[in-house]
Design a protein around this ligand. Sequence first.
Ligand SMILES: C[S@@+](CC[C@H](N)C(=O)[O-])C[C@H]1O[C@@H](n2cnc3c(N)ncnc32)[C@H](O)[C@@H]1O
Length: 180
Amino acid sequence: VGTAGHPSAHLCAHLERIRAALHLGPVVDVACGRGRHTLALAEHAIPVLGIDRNAAHLTELMRSARARSLPVALLRADLEIGDELPLLPERCGAVLVFRYLHRPLLPGLVRALRPGGLLLYETFTMHQKEFGYGPVNPDFLLAAGELTEQFRALRVIESWEGVDTGSPPAAVARIAAIKP
Ligand SMILES: C[S@@+](CC[C@H](N)C(=O)[O-])C[C@H]1O[C@@H](n2cnc3c(N)ncnc32)[C@H](O)[C@@H]1O
């Protein structure tokens, strides 16, 4: 696991869907951080492009990937300049976002997917404020039902929000959805 931490159960539940999406195009871990999910997927022989603006996180992630000969590519970019991923539109097989929210980018995530591509999203809801850690700024917290509303153009496979009783517990919303 290393410093990147354990992958989310949401990612693990959709692992085979992510693998299947690879034939459409790259799997992109948006705001990948130290690579909790990038590394977990690469360990399952799923190549991943991780994007983040934090050079130190990316350096640490690349070091871990190289040490284990894992199929990881990284791109350093500020995702809050403009409203698109720094990729050609309609090329990605899967777009994954965990614990990152920049609302102006949400339509751009959908544009980045090829038709048939998979979106997996999981981040904190407003109730996270009750847990004493994580973001408190409402810009970084989802309102009730917001993920399904934001991604209403997609075909939803799974949508859930509540308290994930992991360690530590977290108030999160999750969606898995396919671009028609
Ligand atoms: C809470 S961490 C989540 C990391 C990873 N997705 C995970 O779930 O473990 C949020 C990440 O978003 C990245 N981030 C924040 N603002 C960003 C921006 N404007 N552009 C790119 N990455 C950004 C941070 O560098 C950090 O790695």
